[in-house]
Each structure stands twice: as C-alpha cells, then as structure tokens.
Design a protein around this ligand. Structure first.
Ligand code: GLN
Length: 535
C-alpha cells in the first residue's frame, strides 16, 4: 500500500481538499483504487457542533458521520467509500486516548503526545488503508503548517513515512505563491518559510503544489526548486481555475503531477484516461442556456455554508445544458422587502437546510411566492419543513402554524420533534443522521424522477412532519410522495398542479456528483429551464 500525505502552508483556504480530491481523480483514472481521509487538528470531536460561520457546511456520510466539507470533494471527485473513519479530529484522538487511559490500557505508563497520541493517528492511517483495500491512501492534514495544534499530526505522518519504508510514501505540500501587484511579481518567500518549517520537524516535501493567480515561469520554478529542495518537476503550478473547480484534475494532469506521484511511489499504470471527466466539464462550462436560481438562506454571505447545495445545482446544470446563475438571497432581506422584491427574476427557488429561528419567516415567504407564482421550488430538510408550514398557514388557513423548533407555543405544530429525540440532551452526534430508507408513492413526481420506488438519502435533523395534520394536507393539492418504509416519517412532499414543487426531509445534495446529477436537482433545473426558456 502506498501513502500520500498532503499538508498546507502559508494560508488556509488554498483548496487543499480540492487538490487531494483531484489527485484522487487522476489516480483512479489510472486504474488505481484510492482512499481519502482528512485529519483536522481542532478539538471538537467532529464538526457537527460547529456553526457554519466557524466551519462552513457539515458534510454527512451514509453512516451518519458529521464530517468536514472536504469529504464532500472526495466523494464528488472519486469513488472512495467514506465512513466516520475517514475524518479524524484531535478531539476524537484525545477522546480515544483518554478512554484507553481510564480503562487502564496503558498499563501504568505516563500517557504522552508522543507516542500515545501519535500512535493513535498512525493507527488511523493504517486502518483506512486496510479497510478500503486501496492501492493508495491520500491523507490530508487540515490547518496550516506552523499551527501548534497541527504538530502531533505532522509528527505522526513523519513517523509513519519512516516506518512504511522508502518509496512507499510521499509528502505533498500545498503552498501559496502570492502575486504582489505593486511589484508586478510573484513571491516565493512564504513558500520557502513554510517548507523550512516542515523540514524543522523532519518532513521534506517531495512535491510542492503552488497555488497562484499568475503563471509560474521556468525561472520561478527553478528558484522554488532550489530554495525548497524539491526537484524542479516537483514544482506544480495550480493556478486559479477560470470556470469550474472540476477543471483542477485536468490542470494537475497537464502539470504531470499524477505521473510524478506514480513514479515516486513506484506505481506502474497506464496514463490517466480523463475523457469522461472532460466531457462532463464541457457540459458544465459551455452550456447553451442559462437559468437563475435563488438560494434563500441566512448564511449566504459565507462561501462554504451551502457548498454541496451549490455543487449539486451545478451538476444539474450540466445535465440540462444550462449555466446556473446562483443568486444568494438573505432570508432576512425578504422579511424586510417582501419576496417579490428579491425573487421576481428567479427561474427557480431553493431553500436549503438550517437551524434556529433567525430568517425563517423570510423562507416561508419565499416558499409562498414559489407556490403561488408557479416558480419551481426545491426544499431541502428545513426547506421541506418551511414548505409545510407555509402550506398550513396560507392554503389550509391554520393561523400561527409553525415548527416546534421555532415556536414551542404554536397552536399548530406542523413540524414537531421526532419521538426518538424526546429525551436527548447531548448535542453532538445525536440528530437523526445518515442514510435512511424511503418508500416513494407510486405515480408521484418523485418516483418518476428517481426511476424507482425505494431510495436511500442522507439525513441530519431533529424535527419531522406532524402526522396529525396529514389528512388535512392530503385533502388539498399536497402529496406526501415519500415516507419511511413503515409509513411513519414524511420524507418527501410535492404539489399537484404546480410545474415543480418538491421538498425533502433529506439532504440529497450530499449524493450528487458531477458525472451523475441528483434526480431531484436535475428535475428542478429542468423545470427552471422550461420556465426561463420555454420547452
Ligand atoms: N432544524 C431542522 C431540524 O432539526 C432542519 C435541519 C436541517 O435542515 N438540516 O429538523
């Protein structure tokens, strides 16, 4: 088994996760099986308890693990099968070590960062490799070189590389080469310093991926090579992509990064066949048509809060030959100005998941606008709950209808706490999480789109549709088009006599891929396209 360790230098937000995922794409296209994993040095046991302001989106896996959003890139770019073991935080490491200490597993020893914490980290690299049966394990270390909290991880991968023997592992350092406008120059000093920092702890990078906004010329490559002690063909330029993040693998291929990685690891393969990937990208970046989609949320100012949603919409655009203009609308602006002021130009309205009361009324107005004006609507998790509240208030006349999450005293708790949640007090990892089966109603739009009547989608919620109200809804144009197999939990709803009004309690965005747009998103964009451009 071969191992690639990916670290980051100079600044955060360099797209390390994208780089790791793109390398995975290329290695798979060479016929190799890859496994990807992410180490996060913070002390939260998982990111599930963190606000999107802190952390961006929480990505959910089939097994219910709440993980870093980089795992979303891994799944979208590769076939790597991910479980809770593919994301490890310092918090989880310490939790495990301390449990062992309490059990007496350390047999009277002093428990220390080296070797006990580092052993735990190394063990995880080994386990992910063994369980996946992969040819190559790509491990991304979160944070930036020089962070105090990252040190045990760096020490662990240094030891790991030593122990697995020469030629079996490489270090890739993703760094930043800033362009200083006033000087008209790219600067290599931060990269030199970051590499020096790594060398201090005994890690010598084999490959430097240089994130830059301007091309790195030959002279610059020579300079980076010399000062950073990396062969010149190991200096890889990763320039900002023009159109789409899905171009990154092709860019790295042009830089011959995959060939170099295989050479260094002694992996003999044929060149990467990227023809299918290229075809997908062409559809994404050169579409015939255009649609405008309003995404209504309270974290719309954050780049990463609805990451998978934006990606899934992009994939659906590719599938429908449409460029997507995503208009991020703050739900509180709708509360202030009314829905028409912000949504009149939209071809589709999407309300993603969320927690907490702020901005909820704006989302209700957005759902009402979509329903009454025949604008395609897609509701995800909270977006489904919102659609139900809106329908109850305005179509069924149930004044004050609400979710018990936002109004404990509501006369009509259309959305109520799941039974299984009644006695839960801990916040971490206790929602209804991960893949849940769902039976679709024959003849529904959802069944038509999925092309099957049994589906599985990922979840992350505490509240559900209140079954006491089902009959009232069903008497109208409202269709419960998917439920848990026992019929108990409402999973999908849609409206009759509307071009496309679909909402799900699940998070289908987590299962959309560029090569395979998700049916609910594809159907949504198709309807938006029909609205915008006619049939
Ligand atoms: N806050 C809602 C719930 O807990 C919706 C969650 C979500 O959108 N992920 O049920």
């Amino acid at each position: 088994m071969k191992y690639i360790f990916l670290t980051g230098g100079v600044v955060s937000s360099l797209g390390k996760g994208l780089t790791a995922a793109s390398l995975g794409t290329l290695l798979e296209a060479r016929g190799l099986k890859v496994a990807l994993q992410k180490f996060d040095p913070y002390l939260n046991v998982d990111p599930g308890t963190m606000s999107p302001f802190q952390h961006g989106e929480v990505y959910v896996l089939d097994d219910g693990a709440e993980t870093d959003l980089d795992l979303g890139h891994y799944e979208r770019f590769t076939h790597s099968e991910l479980t809770q073991f593919n994301n490890l935080t310092s918090g989880r490491v310490y939790q495990t070590v301390l449990e062992k200490e309490r059990r007496g597993d350390y047999l009277g020893k002093t428990v220390q960062v080296i070797p006990h914490v580092t052993d735990e980290i190394k063990q995880r690299v080994k386990e992910v490799g063994e369980q996946s049966g992969a040819d190559v394990v790509i491990t991304e270390i979160g944070g930036t070189t020089g962070d105090i909290e990252g040190l045990p991880f760096l020490e662990a991968i240094r030891e790991f590389a030593l122990e697995c023997g020469r030629g079996n592992s490489i270090f890739v350092h993703v760094t930043y080469v800033p362009y200083i406008r006033a000087a008209g120059e790219l600067k290599t000093k931060p990269t030199q310093q970051s590499v020096a920092k790594l060398r201090e702890i005994g890690i010598v990078p084999d490959i430097l991926v240089c994130r830059t906004e301007k091309p790195i010329n030959e002279e610059m490559r020579q300079k980076i090579s010399l000062f950073c002690n990396v062969p010149v063909d190991g200096v890889i330029e990763e320039i900002d992509v023009e159109h789409s993040i899905y171009e990154v693998p092709l860019m790295l291929q042009r830089e011959k990064m995959d060939a170099l990685v295989c050479q260094e690891l002694g992996l003999e393969t044929s060149p990467a066949d990227m023809s299918e990937w290229e075809a997908v990208i062409q559809r994404i970046i050169k579409p015939q048509h255009q649609v405008r989609i309003g995404v209504i949320g309270k974290y719309i100012h954050l780049q990463d809060a609805y990451k998978s949603v934006y990606e899934a919409v992009t994939h659906a655009g590719g599938a429908n030959d449409c460029a997507i203009e995503i208009v991020r609308v703050d739900s509180e602006d709708i509360e202030r100005d009314g829905a028409a002021a912000h949504l009149a130009d939209m071809d589709g309205i999407l309300v993603p998941g969320g927690f907490g009361e702020r901005g909820v009324e704006g989302k209700v107005l957005a759902a009402q606008y979509a329903r009454e004006n025949n604008v395609p609507y897609l509701g995800l998790c909270l977006g489904m709950q919102i659609a139900c509240i809106e329908f109850a208030r305005h179509a069924l006349g149930l004044d004050g209808a609400h979710s018990a999450e936002f109004d404990a005293q509501t006369p009509h708790p259309i959305i109520a706490l799941l039974d299984e949640q009644q006695n839960i007090t801990d916040m971490g990892g206790t929602m209804r999480l991960g893949a849940q089966a769902c039976a679709l109603t024959p003849g529904s739009k959802a069944a038509e789109l999925y092309g099957t009547e049994e589906i599985n989608e990922r979840h992350r919620h505490r509240y559900e549709f209140n079954n006491a109200y089902r009959e009232q809804f069903e008497a109208q144009d409202f269709v419960f088009s998917g439920t848990s197999p026992d019929g108990n939990l409402v999973e999908l709803i849609e409206l009759k006599n509307h071009p496309y009004f679909m909402a799900t309690q699940a998070h289908p965005e987590f299962k959309s891929k560029p090569v395979q747009a998700h049916p609910l998103f594809a159907g949504f964009i198709k309807a938006a396209h029909e609205r915008a451009n006619g049939n």
